[in-house]
Design a binder for this molecule. Structure first.
Ligand code: OSB
Ligand code: MG
Length: 368
């Protein structure tokens, strides 16, 4: 397979409701859509970097720059392309996992489409549908939060994740438990908002029977995560800290977590995501698929990943309606708290041309 041209497209999707986390508030999802034209046909992917480097060091226009100026020229120069070869070639560039993931996924999509195989089968998926949860942002009032949680439980979501930060933790969790009961699968995600001195405070979450606490401390602080894990009954889950399978092995060896959130963009692609899954399985540790407010392109591919056997907890792969009134692809809908794993070749979906055109803010053609 040879790459002949690439289209880089910025799209802008207004969120149904602004999404507030300890990192900030987001009202619009801007994303980068990559379309490769190869000798075997098209390949599609999205880049999940955010506008600003707050969740991770990457940001959208920076990702576009490294793809346009370094990654694609490398691929044009390679001649024969395959997904593993692309991963090796891009390994010579440090960092930029979200940009690498987009390029590798588009190559993977094109090559799987050409052979008629779906991504789930390629990765070793064992499920045709996956259980999903929903990530609930920080709200102005507890009442507003309870209203949202009520709506999501009624819709059938199988797990509720509350975003927390100092000053918005024990009380909202208590309110949700008191209102909806102790059997609702419930987690919290701090997006690195706490400091080592907060360990005693965070132990206060133990009384609520949470499935897990996600990433309380900064990404590089495995030591504090290990201390909290030892001090707390609730399982500790890492998100931002895990950027590779090697990181996963290190964190598990240090006792810094007992659950891992896997996001393909954060670890540099679906091949590395599978390796993180394999490391976790070897340690007997469950994983689940995180989300980055993906468009339908990323959602489809994440569903394939979440069909692997080690994905033991509901993913942050909510139905399209939780995020967008209009997506660039056909919508994904919830049935019984599950989303169906796409079975069409490649990532299993392509953008709807009219929706894509409507949501595009700029397009760029890149040729050798
Ligand atoms: O920490 O999991 C996170 C969204 C953007 C960046 C980071 C995170 C999230 C979410 C939402 O929690 C997950 C989703 O539903 O896409
Ligand atoms: Mg998270």
């Amino acid at each position: 397979m040879k790459l002949s041209a690439a289209e880089l497209r910025f799209v802008s999707l207004p969120l149904v409701t602004p999404f507030r986390t300890s990192l900030g508030t987001q009202a619009v999802r801007n994303a980068l859509v990559l379309r490769l034209e190869t000798s075997l046909g098209e390949g599609w992917a999205e880049c999940v970097a955010d506008d600003e480097p707050s969740y991770s060091p990457e940001y959208l226009t920076g990702a576009a720059d490294v793809i346009r100026r370094l990654f694609l020229p490398k691929l044009f120069a390679m001649g024969e392309l395959d997904p593993a070869g692309v991963a090796v070639a891009l390994d010579g560039f440090r960092g930029h996992p979200m940009a690498k993931s987009a390029v590798e996924t588009a190559v993977l999509d094109a090559s799987l489409r050409a052979t008629g195989m779906c991504l789930s089968t390629y990765l070793g998926g064992v499920r045709r549908r996956v259980p999903v949860g929903v990530s609930v942002g920080i709200t102005d009032t507890i009442d507003e939060l309870l209203g949202l949680v009520d709506r999501y439980l009624t819709a059938g979501y199988l797990r509720i994740k509350l975003k927390i930060e100092p000053g918005w933790d024990i009380e909202p969790v208590r309110a949700v438990r008191e209102t909806f009961g102790s059997s609702v699968p419930l987690t919290v995600d701090a997006n690195t908002a706490y400091r080592p001195g907060d360990i005693r405070h965070l132990r206060g979450l133990d009384e609520f029977g949470l499935l897990l606490v996600e990433q309380p401390f900064p990404p590089e602080d495995l030591h504090s995560h290990a201390r909290l894990a030892a001090a707390m009954e609730t399982p500790l889950c890492l998100d931002e800290s895990i950027t590779s399978a090697r990181d996963a092995a290190t964190a598990l060896r240090q006792g810094a977590c007992s659950v891992i959130n896997i996001k393909p963009g954060r670890v540099g692609g679906y091949l590395e995501a599978r390796r993180v899954h394999d490391v976790a399985q070897a340690h007997g540790v469950p994983v689940w698929c995180g989300g980055m407010l993906e468009t339908g392109l990323g959602r489809a591919a994440n569903l394939a990943l979440a069909s692997l056997p080690g994905f033991q907890l509901p993913g942050d792969i909510s139905a399209t309606a939780r995020y967008y009134t209009q997506d660039i692809t056909e919508p994904f809908s919830l049935a019984d708290g599950h989303l169906e794993v796409p079975t069409a070749p490649g990532i299993g979906i392509t953008p709807d041309p009219a929706s894509l055109a409507r949501l595009t803010t700029s397009t760029e053609w890149i040729t050798p």
